[in-house]
Design a protein around this ligand. Structure first.
Ligand code: SF4
Ligand code: SF4
Length: 309
């Protein structure tokens, strides 16, 4: 990639602003950001972008079993591991600076509305948009990684690892060694809901990805103090609407049972979608996401008033 002199100056003056703008522009122009079967509606809203210091001590706290577990990588460990996985030069040093760029792609109102009447399987528009948002994330992050590399920095996006890393199995459940949700939390993009999805300023239907780079970028200020600050259930014991909508019983007001969600998605919904629509074609995949619609955190940070609607 070639940087024009103007680009070089803007990048050097304010790398955070330059990168955020590059992500927004790239996603807006990508053909993957259009749903050709649905009037060319956009797949996502304008992306959310946040930045974290890769040496923020909070990443070590995620290794605690009560949050994720010791298998979860710090940004430096992930930088080394995923660089090697993706065939990039081995990272042997401890870079002076390490930054995490976190990106959120939120599904727009029309897509969310398509899922409102559903009670078991997500609407076709939602399923298609979700799968396409996943592809668009990979393409956008690859573009930003190339941009950083052409500016002389090392960079890696864990979601671009193909084939995907084998998940870590704990208590019969798959876990990843790099949690995009925790990276986004650290980068100021939002806090966790009762259903364990991230509540962002644009709502909970947000697909996340990240880049780790040795470029120095000023971290985004976290305006919350706790993992669950935005969720009404954790702040005042109210709401619980995501639990009420969950057809598998995975979400309840005491805890989230990931196995129930996974079993429902992988077994019941696979079978149901085959019965209703035959074999699904990529990027569609069976999913439900009913805990993300008709809830006060659907499109914003919820308030007590929004929960009463
Ligand atoms: S629906 Fe209510 S309880 Fe569930 S995540 Fe959103 S705010 Fe929290
Ligand atoms: S995705 Fe569906 S099954 Fe899983 S927690 Fe949400 S509503 Fe429940």
């Amino acid at each position: 990639m070639n940087f024009s002199p103007k680009d070089k100056l803007e990048f050097k003056t304010n790398p955070a602003r330059y990168i955020e703008s590059a992500i927004i522009k790239y996603a807006a122009k990508s053909p993957l950001n259009r749903l050709s079967d649905y009037n060319n509606e956009p797949v996502i809203e304008e992306p959310l972008v946040g930045f974290a210091d890769g040496y923020d001590p909070i990443f070590n706290e995620f290794k605690n079993d009560s949050i994720i577990g010791n298998f979860h990588l710090t940004p430096l460990e992930a930088f080394k591991f995923y660089s090697e996985k993706q065939g990039k030069p081995t990272v042997k040093d401890r870079p002076t600076a390490l930054s995490v760029i976190s990106v959120g792609f939120t599904l727009p109102k029309k897509t969310r509305q398509s899922n409102r009447p559903k009670s078991r399987l997500a609407a076709p528009m939602w399923r298609h948009a979700y799968g396409q948002a996943f592809m668009l994330m990979g393409e956008t992050l690859s573009h930003i990684v190339s941009l950083l590399e052409s500016a002389g920095y090392r960079a890696v996006a864990p979601v671009c690892t193909r084939p995907m890393s084998m998940p870590i199995i704990r208590d019969g459940l798959p876990f990843t060694d790099w949690s995009e949700k925790h990276a986004a939390y650290t980068a100021g993009l939002g806090t966790f809901g009762l259903n364990t999805s991230l509540i962002t300023p644009k709502g909970i239907s947000t697909h996340l990805g990240s880049i780790i780079t040795d470029l120095t970028i000023k971290a985004t200020t976290r305006i919350y103090g706790d993992l669950h600050d935005y969720c009404l259930h954790f702040t005042d014991g109210s709401c619980g609407k995501c639990a009420a909508h969950c057809p598998s019983g995975a979400v309840n007001t005491l805890f989230f049972q990931a196995k129930k969600c996974l079993d429902y998605t992988m077994n019941d919904l696979q079978k149901l979608s085959r019965e209703l629509e035959g074999e699904l074609k990529p990027p569609d995949h069976p999913m439900c996401a009913l805990c993300q619609i008709r809830v006060p955190c659907e499109a914003c940070i919820p308030t007590v008033k929004s929960a009463q609607k």
